[in-house]
Design a protein around this ligand. Structure first.
Ligand code: AKG
Length: 304
């Protein structure tokens, strides 16, 4: 009788009941899985295979892509390894890569192992993310993401790949510490290893059971802020496995770094008071990275 997050079938995406279940899941859980979303299975499988090919390269090849810091909005490729970072209180057992997916196409900087598969995936995943965001915003009196709103809701995007190698001592390490995401929405492809946990409505941790072909969707802090807490950005973390490698691929859809985020006036109901002040998304980003607050406390930075 384990609790699980909602699984939403998108076969009839335009059905009002489907839209309602997306909006309800985002309000109650901040996390849900989608099936029959239209992205062909082979596109997802090819992406996971490509990820393995990159991470199985010798370390000397991978570190060529290492950058110490990515400045706001920089749309390049970078490789990082959380293993061995000195300032961590929690030992994270994870490598990662980031492909910036912005209009100025930087895919020539991506490694040949992942380039075509990430380009193909983004062709399918970006319109899907936009449609999901539009359904969410429809529940808040905003009918479409036109050119004027695009920077605010989808101004910067990246496709990251997390690689969690088997961990010899899983009891003392995390794959990913508990955190909330900073942007608007995240579409996550995970393999069948499992290990992603989210905070349930009773503060318990709930496992997001892998479903073949499904994607997980979650709300980030920026959408919680702009929706004045209607939609929830939920803490999550990843446990490591002692024998299996895990791959996950988040498409992060964020405001542009020069966007001002705050309780969005159009989304407030009559008489509803704004909870959040207007702040620059880049200031919020820096706050989260520099202060590294754990969990929900980072939202306090934006509260009135
Ligand atoms: C992140 O990339 O922010 C994650 O939380 C990754 C989650 C996962 O690996 O399932």
């Amino acid at each position: 009788n384990q609790e699980s997050i909602p699984i939403i079938d998108l076969s009839n995406f335009d059905d009002l009941n489907v839209e309602k279940s997306i909006q309800e899941a985002a309000s109650k859980w901040g996390f849900f899985q989608i099936i029959n979303h239209g992205i062909p299975t082979e596109v997802l499988e090819d992406l996971k295979d490509a990820a393995h090919k990159f991470f199985e390269l010798p370390a000397e090849e991978k570190v060529k892509y290492r950058k110490e810091k990515l400045s706001p909005g920089e749309s390049v490729f970078m490789f990082w390894s959380a293993i061995g970072e000195k300032d961590e209180k929690v030992l994270e057992w994870r490598d990662g890569i980031k492909h910036g997916c912005n209009p100025q196409n930087d895919s020539n900087l991506w490694p040949p192992q992942t380039r075509n598969q990430v380009l193909e995936y983004q062709k399918w995943a970006k319109p899907l993310a936009k449609k999901l965001l539009e359904v969410l915003l429809k529940g808040l009196n905003v009918n479409e993401i036109d050119e004027s709103l695009e920077p605010l809701f989808m101004g910067t995007m990246s496709i990251n790949i997390n690689y969690y190698p088997p961990c010899p001592n899983p009891n003392i390490a995390m794959g990913f510490r508990r955190h909330c995401d900073m942007g608007c929405i995240i579409l996550l492809l995970q393999d069948d290893t499992g290990g992603l946990y989210i905070r349930g409505t009773k503060e318990n941790w709930i496992h997001v059971n892998p479903i073949k072909g499904a994607l997980t969707v979650n709300i980030g802090d920026s959408l919680q802020i702009m929706s004045n807490d209607r939609y929830k950005s939920i803490e999550h973390c990843v446990a490591v496995d002692s024998s299996r490698t895990r791959i996950s691929v988040p498409l992060c859809v964020n405001p542009s770094f020069d966007s001002v985020i705050g309780s969005f006036p159009q989304m407030l109901k009559d008489g509803e008071k704004p909870v959040y002040k207007d702040i620059l998304f880049s200031d919020y980003w820096d706050h989260c990275f520099i202060k590294r607050p754990s969990g929900k406390s980072s939202l306090d930075f934006a509260k009135i």
